[in-house]
Design a protein around this ligand. Structure first.
Ligand code: NDP
Ligand code: 8X3
Length: 251
């Protein structure tokens, strides 16, 4: 496609798979995250495999100053075609009354404020060039709630609301906004959610075939490949065994 794309949270999971999908297409990919060592490794791997330009920026999306220092007026972003707001996380799977306030704050700061800061910092490039595509990775948890999902579901419902709001406000600048809502996908997501408890994390993905990062990457790539007059506004995607946010057919 010969496009320039910025992907947040590319050191693992969906973001890493997206970086590879777009690099395989010959696109210029800018990858971001907090773990710089992983980004360097990915950048070297993709550059040697696909002979494409990969740039990396290391910052925490919760840190408003760091977001603007890295993105605002950064000439690397001139001619940017696509921003994927993917960086995010869940922490805890507790009943509302037991949930940790720090977990709630980290999820809201990362998933909601991170998406707002990054988009705001990148937006002047899209407005100036009168085109752009923002792809927000929300979740099925941003469409339906489930038991013990409280803070995470709230954060992803906010990402869904922001996506719809951005689509209305930014249409005059010819900016597309797509929200993707994946169900259970086997990445480091559950390991993070269960704070390193590998048995709990693995149990989430046993007894059925979940989504994988490549499935989300293919969907994002498809959305980004449509003609300029076509916008996929919202996509809910799950593995076949997951008919909704709280039911999984585990055989
Ligand atoms: P991973 O844990 O594998 O990847 C999360 C990515 O987000 C990492 O690259 C991580 O990088 C980055 N990230 C997290 N916090 C921050 C931060 N404060 N600043 C910058 N980057 C950050 O999970 P997934 O790939 O599964 O998750 C990607 C997105 O998809 C998330 O928004 C998640 O909520 C959403 N999602 C996941 C689903 C799933 O079942 N896996 C389903 C639906 C949606 P680093 O740690 O290096 O900063
Ligand atoms: C991640 C999917 O179902 O764990 O967003 O909330 S779920």
């Amino acid at each position: 496609m010969n496009k320039k794309i910025l992907i947040t949270g590319a050191s693992s999971g969906f973001g890493k798979a997206m970086a590879e999908r777009f690099a395989a297409d010959g696109d210029h990919v800018i990858i971001t995250g907090r773990r710089g060592d992983r980004l360097i490794e990915l950048s070297e791997e993709l550059t040697s495999k696909y002979a494409v330009k990969i740039d990396l920026l290391v910052f925490d999306v919760q840190d408003r100053n760091a977001v603007f220092e890295n993105l605002e007026n950064n000439l690397l972003l001139e001619g940017l075609d696509i921003l994927v707001n993917n960086a995010g996380l869940a922490l805890g799977r507790d009943l509302f009354e037991d949930a940790d306030l720090n977990d709630w704050e980290t999820m809201l700061d990362t998933n909601v404020k991170g998406t707002m800061y990054v988009t705001k910092a990148v937006l002047p490039f899209f407005i100036q060039q009168k085109k752009g595509h923002i792809i927000n990775i929300s979740s099925i948890a941003g469409v339906e709630v489930y038991e013990r999902g409280n803070g995470y579901c709230a954060s992803k419902h906010a990402v869904t609301a922001l996506s719809e709001s951005m689509r209305i406000d930014l249409v005059k600048h010819n900016i597309k906004v797509t929200a993707i809502h994946p169900g259970a996908a086997d990445t480091e997501f559950s390991l993070v959610r269960f704070k390193g408890d590998i048995d709990k994390a693995n149990a989430i993905y046993t007894g059925y075939t979940p989504l994988y990062g490549e499935d989300i990457a293919d969907t994002v790539f498809y959305c980004a490949s449509l003609p300029s007059h076509v916008c996929l506004n919202s996509i809910v995607m799950t593995c076949t065994a997951q008919p909704n946010s709280f039911y999984l057919n585990k055989g």
